[in-house]
Design a protein around this ligand. Structure first.
Ligand SMILES: [Zn+2]
Length: 413
């Protein structure tokens, strides 16, 4: 199995599927459709049922139930095909380090760059395993092509191991997760699942059922522009200065991603555009709790009111937009999807542990929409950068764990 899983993974990471937040199309980039088409083709060749690409570009397929029991919940497994805009995903040259020996890893395309167990201690868990890295100038794309390769191998395994009883299994590959549009056009009725899992996590055993809640904010400051020669006489109001003033007033020392961890949320300016006439500052607001998130919005609105009061000739507007909510609000009401995942991990010889994500997942939105969707490990490390790596054996553990999970949903129904 290992070579099938590995060769799949190597095939997928070579396709440039970087998503692009400035794009107006869906999927945001054509490379994603290349991989999605490939997956559709491979699912058909594997013998999966109902293989289809939906109009927006999601690829779905089924593994028919092989149980006589009625009322077994339909379980879906999802992974995203795009890679992060933060780092190039073009011409990825994956390198397989067989039986990793624990030493510092060097990169042929970037002398000087090193992957060092001293700074990436999780590497020590991979000693003796086969690890895959990129070559130094790109990311690897293990986020989330590990998840894609795991699910494709799971399909193959469930179709082959017919003694393993399970209900209807759905698989779904999605675009544009990294730019927050992953489930925008996903038709949940078409997916037809009662419970789902995204395969997009870290080391073996990791289960995530709690994420941030997130809002986005945009502050628009309109100034008054004149020719500089008569700026004093005509009363120029420079919106660029006002944007700077707003940034300087943020409670950065206790409320920024770089100054917080654990369960503390933050206000994070991600984009500043400043001209005399108009400035725009975009923010991410994050907190695990809804009241904490609302507080972040109040702080920002308060700062905007203060800015407006300090310069009445300007016009300051603050717009908040909902992004996603902590999936724990819904999962806590019915922990079965999480409990069965834990049980499946134990059955697969792993030690389950909870991981609270300081971020959102496609599952955050799916869970809010009524489809409980915790996130499970698939072996990702150092995502979104050139030091990304994955161990083949960790991906294999994810395949085994998901196969156990499919079986457990049948047995416990
Ligand atoms: Zn991901």
């Amino acid at each position: 199995m290992s070579d099938n899983l590995l060769s799949r993974f190597l095939r997928y990471v070579r396709i440039d599927t970087q998503s692009d937040e400035t794009s107006k199309t869906f999927p945001s980039t054509p490379g994603q459709l290349v991989l999605l088409e490939m997956l559709k083709q491979e699912l058909t060749e594997l013998g999966a049922a109902d293989v289809q690409m939906t109009r927006p570009g999601y690829v779905m397929a089924s593994i028919s139930a092989n149980t006589r029991k009625a009322r077994v919940p339909t379980v879906a497994f999802l992974a995203h095909v795009d890679t992060a805009p933060d780092c190039s995903g073009k011409n990825v040259k994956p390198i397989v380090h067989r039986k990793y020996d624990g030493r510092v890893v060097k990169f042929p395309d970037k002398p000087g760059l090193t992957l060092d167990p001293a700074t990436s201690p999780e590497l020590r868990t991979a000693i003796g395993k086969d690890i895959v890295t990129a070559s130094g100038t790109t990311l690897l794309g293990s986020d989330d092509k590990s998840g894609v390769a795991v699910i494709m191998t799971l399909v193959e395994r469930l179709l082959r191991e017919t003694k393993r009883k399970h209900g209807l299994i759905r698989v779904c590959f999605t675009p544009d997760e990294e730019i927050g549009r992953g489930v925008d056009k996903l038709d949940l009725r078409m997916l037809g699942a009662d419970v789902a899992y995204t395969l997009d996590g870290g080391p073996p055993g990791e289960i995530c059922w709690e994420t941030f809640s997130g809002d986005a904010a945009e502050v628009i400051v309109d100034g008054i522009t004149t020719h500089t020669m008569e700026a004093k006489a005509k009363g120029m109001v420079n919106a660029a200065y006002l944007a700077g003033k707003l940034l300087a007033a943020l409670p950065r020392e206790r409320c920024a991603p770089e100054t917080t961890d654990g369960r503390d949320g933050f206000i994070h300016p991600i984009h500043v555009e400043g001209r005399t006439e108009r400035s725009v500052v975009k923010f991410l607001l994050r907190d695990f709790e809804l009241n904490g998130l609302a507080d972040k919005g109040k702080i920002l609105r308060g700062l905007c009111r203060g800015l407006q009061a300090s310069e009445p000739r300007a016009r300051v507007r603050c717009k908040l937009r909902k992004q996603y909510r902590n999936m724990a609000y819904w999962l806590r009401k019915d922990m079965r999807p999480v409990e069965l995942a834990r049980e499946a991990f134990v059955a697969a010889g792993l030690k389950p542990y909870d991981h609270v994500i300081r971020g959102g997942t496609d599952g955050s939105r799916l869970t809010e929409l009524g489809l409980p969707t915790p996130n499970l490990f698939c072996g990702e490390h150092n995502a979104h950068g050139p030091l990304e790596w994955v161990a083949v054996q960790d991906m294999e553990s994810a395949v085994s764990a998901c196969a156990q999970l499919a079986e457990l949903w049948e047995r416990k129904s």
